[in-house]
Design a protein around this ligand. Structure first.
Ligand SMILES: [Ca+2]
Ligand SMILES: [Ca+2]
Length: 89
């Protein structure tokens, strides 16, 4: 799922991490305006065992937010300067 989730002007990529069903969660690759996606990825907060991601600006603050669905719940991570957060800005 691509979007500028940390408000630095470059699109980032968030993906579902599922390694042998033991290490699950989200991984985010930080985008750079000059070098594309960089680094080995960071681990934003989020629920275990995510199954689906969608993005939308749910709180209408101009930053894309991420909706993470798991088999039995749904959580919103808010995009803001510095990265995704569980706290509503
Ligand atoms: Ca970014
Ligand atoms: Ca938002």
């Amino acid at each position: 799922m691509a979007g500028d989730f940390d408000d630095d002007g470059a699109d980032d990529l968030v993906a579902i991490l599922n390694y042998d069903n033991e290490e699950t969660g989200l991984i985010m690759f930080d985008g750079s305006r000059t070098h594309g996606l960089t680094g080995s990825g960071s681990r934003p907060p989020g629920p275990d065992h995510p199954s689906n991601l969608t993005t939308s600006d749910l709180n209408k603050d101009g930053h894309p937010d991420l909706v993470v669905t798991t088999p039995d719940s749904r959580e919103v991570l808010y995009g803001r300067r510095g990265g995704l957060s569980r706290l509503k800005p």
